[in-house]
Write a protein that binds this ligand. Sequence first.
Ligand code: SF4
Ligand code: SF4
Length: 291
Amino acid sequence: MASQAPMPNSDGRVRVGIYGLTGCAGDQLAILNDEALLLSLAQLTHIVDFGMASSEAGVDDAPLDLAIVEGAVCSKRDLRVLRAIRARATRLMALGSCALFGGLPAMDAQTPLAMRRLAVYGNAPSASLDESLPAAPLSDYVMVDYAIPGCPIETRELADALARILAGGEPLRHDAPVCADCRLAENVCLAQRGDVCCGPLTRGGCGARCVGFGQACRGCRGPVDDPAFDRVALSLMSQGLGKEQAIAAMQRFSAPAWTGERLAGAFEEDPRHLGVGRKPKPPRWTTESIS
Ligand code: SF4
Ligand code: SF4
């Protein structure tokens, strides 16, 4: 994206809201656990809403300079909330892999929702289940201006992005795969001992934390800009995985980003695979039907 003008600053501080849709809330928790980031946020911005950190309800219709949204859209309620946030916010940041890619809630995205519902709940009628939608990233429904990957996010990456945004710039995007982090950390490559590792096609920036602890990368930060999907799939298959297992391993945290049509579209419209700046797809439900 082109560099943008500094954020509006009428009362001396940028108005920020932090929200969660469907997910584990781990990204909001990561913010709460980072005291230095919290202090900076409190000093440099006006936190209008942060439900997880407050016992008071937010001001629902107050305008926002920046909305930070965690979680996937998994229900009609999520969609109503997301659209209301987007309508209030000058800019919107997708926070974490559920918001960017659908994340774990979407790991079985290729199976129709009705089939999954039948398998788990049978035919019992349920008004709450009728509210369900196939898990999807925010960029399926609204314009996303910024994206911070991770499951959970690296808070230093968020802090750096916020500093750049507040100064009128753009967040940096980490382009190299986790393998590059591994080299910098001087890790022994786990693939060489036969582990199934998704590092070659996963966006780095995590410092290859899992490999450092002896665990292969599971791909929690989603795909790099130009993932060598076929080559990594073949490599995983040479380590004994079947084709379906190899594909499932690579898509665990980002399945909606990998479906054929969407992947082709992502390359064409947004080679960064983060959903940033991607125009939302036409809504699958009208406003009337979800109200
Ligand atoms: S352990 Fe995984 S992430 Fe690290 S270099 Fe090997 S394949 Fe890449
Ligand atoms: S090594 Fe892989 S699974 Fe672990 S934090 Fe990094 S991207 Fe996520």
